[in-house]
Design a protein around this ligand. Structure first.
Ligand SMILES: [Zn+2]
Length: 131
């Protein structure tokens, strides 16, 4: 239920026993991790790496998307393209998780878009590539 959790959660396969975020090292190398069902989200535990990734404590917040992008890529080359890909999306907060694997924008409880290297994924499923 991506719209009701701060991140979309995955399981490694249909009978996976732990919840993961997409960037989890345990999912690297899997072509198609399975989006966790609502029941799995309710009943399964979260892997240790992912729990840390999702924890509020490990996040670093930024004042703006530009500041976050420049922190991950000092050249600033992606600032304009990232802002264009976000469009007029409304958000209050900009943060990176402890892994620094991406930038998220959203409010206190929900991310509304995730910024990766050369792409922005919106919570409604739109993926905008600008690499
Ligand atoms: Zn994990």
């Amino acid at each position: 239920m991506p719209s009701e959790t701060p991140e979309t959660l995955f399981v490694a396969h249909a009978t996976g026993r732990l919840l993961h975020v997409r960037a989890c090292p345990q999912l690297l190398g899997l072509d198609a991790p399975v989006v966790a069902t609502a029941t799995q989200v309710q009943t399964l535990g979260t892997c240790v790496w992912c729990a840390k990734e999702l924890s509020e404590a490990g996040r670093r917040y930024f004042d703006s998307v530009e500041q976050a992008v420049r922190t991950l890529d000092p050249s600033g080359d992606a600032v304009r393209a990232t802002q264009e890909a976000l469009g007029d999306l409304a958000y209050d907060l900009v943060w990176v998780p402890p892994s620094y694997s991406h930038i998220a924008v959203g409010d206190k409880t929900h991310a509304v878009a995730w910024i990766g290297r050369g792409c922005v994924m919106h919570a409604d499923g739109r993926l905008i590539d600008f690499a």
